[in-house]
Ligand binder design. Structure first.
Ligand code: AGP
Length: 611
């Protein structure tokens, strides 16, 4: 939540920071601000409520230039979205932008008010500025003051700080929330995420928790907060800036939906052995003997990644015959889970920074279990802290509603299930090969599925005014029902619920009337007849059926639905990838027709780094 950008060098910092903030708006977009400092000059602060464009308008009438600066795009945690609560926050000559939460801010605020500090905002961030100012008044040294203040702050946070009295310096620090440093030619960048600075440099250093960087034009010094020096080589980022652009699509979400054939191909690339009898997952760091000794798996995640986890349970229990428990990360971390050295906890996270999932990882590790991260963002905290990492290689996902991250998670989980099944001997080479051959066909089948685009736009037109939607699925399609409902509510703000189709008669059936669209996911599989019975129950009560099925299901369903959406058939294990695509498109078109902000829906943020 919240995005930070900082710059120090010879160029005008303002356009660099604004461009970076635009690429970080997915992290929050309820207000934005910038502070710049000209050598020997004063700090200039500009802030605006709402989207970044409002800040740009402010800068048009009141420019703030300088060759160093810090900027921020906000997702409110403490204090409503307003100009006063927007960052940067200033106390004396100290100016701060902040991502994260200061847990002991009330206590610190009381202490600082007692020393005469006057607070203007409702934020927790403002205490950072006042605390550093207080320590600066004592020590007269910016760096010393920042280090002293950090010993008093509790929580997870990243900051970038300027000091009017020491204009040569910019200081950044990370405790929990992500921060990356970009190395330019005689200039430095700092940001919450790679895309913010990728058009300026590909040489990046990822800060670890408890680290601080002091930048000046002459160089940068990395250290632990206690002052211990840190040496770390830069990594070269291979993403191109174009990968984080819209590329002619109206929205990032649509672009990302259409990228799925390629992103799934990238997930699979180099990970299937030559004779297709096994998956090769070098980041797993589990020998066959380790896999054989496993007694239980947890898969832990939030939101869409949790839906992927639910599909993962079907895959792993079927192919590797290990009991799998799926947990929501915010529940797992507080329920004292039973973890032994024979437990593998898989943490799924697109961003790799989700606070609850990171805490769940630490809980599992702390109890002595093995951990595996299934992440998209390379070098993210969860990937770095887990014992093993399996990257999805979906590429940057900017739309807040997750699409390609989800289907690549399903692809990666299939590879994982195959590898575990082969290591445990529960999956024969021939069975593995049959599934993997179907897996490599998925990009082509996704392309075919995307041809439903205009048909789905018409379905969206027909149902865009519905007040509620119900999504039904059975077995491995039940998580897809949940995901379809989540996509719709996230971006169209229509209330939607996902239910196991067989559970409908135990309650939700009371909701069904002529006004209710019911999306049923019914590929022809072992439970197809059961699902047909469930959708007859909907029909009998006047519900409007939108059915997703495979061509071999048409005969039974043709006369039952308002809309019949046909996806190509594949192995049952892989069908969730294909059936999720029409649901992504349906949510997308309903949102477009309703005129909502598809890529940055209200109240949400791409990366939820607060508890
Ligand atoms: C997906 O559309 C959502 N925006 C959200 O549920 C997301 O999946 C969740 O916050 C988890 O994020 P992560 O995968 O980055 O951990």
């Amino acid at each position: 939540m919240c995005g930070i950008v900082g710059y120090i060098g010879q160029q005008n910092a303002t356009p660099i920071i604004i461009d970076g903030l635009r690429r970080l708006e997915y992290r929050g977009y309820d207000s934005a601000g910038i502070a710049t400092l000209v050598h020997g000059g004063k700090i200039a602060i500009r802030r605006a409520e709402g989207k970044l464009i409002n800040l740009e308008n402010v800068l048009q009438t009141a420019p703030a230039n300088g060759n160093r600066g810090i900027g921020h795009t906000r997702w409110a945690t403490h204090g409503r979205p307003s100009e006063t609560n927007a960052h940067p926050h200033q106390a004396g000559g100290i100016v701060v932008v902040h991502n994260g939460i200061i847990e002991n801010y009330l206590q610190l605020k009381g202490m600082l008010q007692g020393c005469g500090h006057i607070f203007l905002s409702e934020t927790d961030t403002e205490v950072i500025a006042h605390l550093i100012e207080e320590r600066y008044n004592e020590s007269g040294a910016f760096e010393v003051a920042v280090r002293a203040a950090f010993t008093e702050l509790r929580g997870a946070f990243s900051v970038a700080i300027l000091c009017e009295q020491e204009p040569d310096l910019l200081i950044a620090a990370k405790v929990g929330s992500p921060l990356v440093v970009g190395l330019g030619n005689g200039e430095y960048f700092v940001a919450s995420d790679i895309p913010a600075i990728l058009s300026h440099t590909r040489q990046m250093i990822f800060l670890e928790d408890g680290e601080m960087v002091v930048f000046s034009e002459a160089g940068m010094q990395m250290s632990r907060l206690d002052g211990t020096p840190v040496e770390r080589a830069a990594k070269s980022i291979t993403w191109s800036p174009a990968m984080a652009e819209k590329g002619g699509y109206r929205h990032f979400m649509l672009k990302e939906i259409y990228e799925q054939p390629r992103s799934i191909a990238d997930t699979l690339a180099g990970r299937i052995v030559d004779d297709q009898s096994d998956a090769f997952l070098d980041g797993l760091r589990l020998e066959d003997a380790d896999v054989q000794s496993l007694e239980r798996l947890y898969i832990v995640a939030c939101g869409t990644s949790w839906h992927a986890a639910l599909v993962g349970k079907f895959l792993i229990e079927k192919l590797a015959r290990i009991p799998v428990e799926v947990d929501i990360a915010s529940e797992f971390r507080y329920r004292d889970p039973i973890v032994t050295p024979q437990t593998l906890t898989v943490l799924i996270s697109q961003s790799g920074e989700t606070a609850d999932t990171l805490a769940a990882l630490r809980e599992a590790k702390g109890k002595g279990g093995r951990t595996l991260a299934l992440c998209n963002v390379v070098e993210a905290s969860i990937a770095r802290e887990a014992d093993g990492a399996l990257y999805t290689h979906a590429g940057p996902e900017i739309g807040v509603a997750s699409t390609k991250a989800f289907t690549t998670q399903l692809g990666a989980l299939t590879l994982l299930a195959v590898r575990l099944g082969r290591a445990r001997g529960t999956l024969s080479p021939a069975e593995a090969s049959a599934l993997l051959l179907d897996l490599v066909q998925l990009p082509r089948l996704i392309e075919e599925t995307l041809e439903l685009n205009s048909e789905i736009e018409k379905v969206a037109q027909a149902f865009m005014n519905a007040r509620d939607f119900l999504y039904l699925g059975r077995g491995n399609q039940y998580p897809i029902a949940l995901e379809g409902a989540l996509k719709l509510k996230e971006i169209s703000y229509i209330h939607a619920e996902g239910y196991p189709a067989g559970e409908m008669k135990h309650g939700p059936i009371a909701l069904i009337d002529e006004q209710l669209p019911v999306v049923v996911i019914a590929p022809k599989n072992a439970t197809f007849e059961k699902v047909v019975s469930n959708l007859e129950e909907v029909r009998a009560r006047g519900g409007k059926l939108i059915i997703v099925t495979t061509p071999d299901g048409v005969a039974e369903l043709a006369d039952k639905a308002e809309a019949l959406l046909l996806v190509p058939a594949s192995s049952d294990e892989l069908m969730p990838v294909l059936t999720s695509i029409p649901l992504q498109l349906l949510a997308y078109y309903v949102a477009v027709l309703k005129g909502t902000d598809v890529d940055q829906p209200r109240n949400l943020a791409k990366s939820v780094t607060v508890e």
